[in-house]
Design a protein around this ligand. Structure first.
Ligand code: TA6
Length: 309
């Protein structure tokens, strides 16, 4: 089973526009699509489409929280959330012909120390039947900076694998918990090392620095160039074929979902990389966030190039 953790869940609202955005004007939205969002819920949806037994947990609250749970039920994703007093946030993704995707991410509601304590108390029971736990996204105000480090240590103490996908201080502290896998992108690498990444060689060097801290799998998402994987077997790049993308939001989360499936199925690293890049690329062909058509994945995977660096 794969359990995904989303502390800062979101009603993701995708606005499909027929004209480019013009600030200061009234813009009519051609089509709106609402989905259960926040990175971990995109991960849950993708893992489920991959055929994994999946559970979603984290924090939800208010009317938005109830609506989010109903969206998950429509996606037939089992969930077991801690219910908090605050209102679950919304995140807007505006898709227009000129700029592609522009995201507006709300910070999320305040979480009290009592709510954090209650979630952590229930967490071991929630994940007891999981083989892999994914921890994704931003953290609501009010929660400890070491929340992810604490959760990673709890997951590992129960003998389970854990993937961390976050940024900033939470990534820095989460890495100290030594998760099984982390998946920063280039921006997150730059923030982590207070540096500028100028080329692929730099990316490899920084990924190796993270690996050498004791993290068995370090994945760096490279957008249209796929992803880099540093592991005991070596350093690989998984490269997808060039394609006309529709909506890239959720590609990173889709990659995490597919790697969680790869870890659960004990795939060889290069096979897991190939699978994850194919799923992330298939997500980019969907107008909807954190979902893909299996037939697209199965077609793309035939054309993924695995390069040993
Ligand atoms: O990666 C895409 C996405 O998960 C969107 O669906 C939106 O929910 C946003 O990221 C949330 O990001 P955050 O870092 O705030 O958890």
């Amino acid at each position: 089973m794969i359990t995904t953790v989303t502390l800062n869940a979101s009603i993701d609202k995708a606005y499909h526009m027929t004209k480019k955005i013009e600030n200061g004007t009234v813009m009519r939205v051609a089509k709106t699509h609402n989905s259960a969002g926040g990175k971990g819920l995109n991960v849950a949806r993708v893992a489920k489409i991959c055929g994994a037994d999946t559970k979603a947990t984290g924090l939800v609250g208010g009317y938005n929280g109830e609506y989010l749970e109903s969206l998950l039920e429509a996606d037939r994703i089992f969930h077991e959330f801690e219910h908090i007093k605050g209102e679950t946030r919304s995140c807007i993704n505006i898709l227009d012909p000129e700029y592609g995707s522009t995201e507006y991410l709300e910070a999320g509601c305040e979480v009290t120390p009592e709510e954090e304590k209650s979630f952590l108390k229930n967490f071991p029971e929630i994940i007891k039947n999981s083989d892999v736990v994914t921890i994704s996204g931003s953290v609501p105000n009010g929660m400890g900076k070491d929340i992810y480090q604490k959760m990673i240590q709890m997951v590992k103490s129960l003998g389970k694998k854990v993937i961390l996908d976050t940024s900033g201080e939470y990534l820095k502290k989460g890495i100290e918990g030594l998760p099984t896998m982390v998946k920063p992108n280039q921006d997150e690498i730059e923030a982590l090392f207070h540096t500028k990444v100028n080329n692929r060689t730099d990316v490899v060097e920084y990924a190796k620095k993270i690996y050498e801290k004791g993290i068995p799998y370090v994945v760096i998402s490279l957008g249209g160039d796929g992803a880099l994987l540093v592991c005991e077997k070596g350093i690989y790049q998984g490269k997808p074929p060039k394609m006309k993308v529709v909506n890239t939001v959720g590609c990173g989360d889709s990659m995490v979902g597919a790697f969680a499936v790869g870890l659960e199925r004990n795939m060889e690293p290069e096979d897991a990389l190939k699978y994850a890049v194919a799923v992330a690329s298939a997500n980019a062909l969907s107008p909807y966030t954190g979902t893909f058509r299996p037939e697209n994945r199965d077609e793309i995977i035939k054309n993924i190039e695995i390069i040993k660096l």
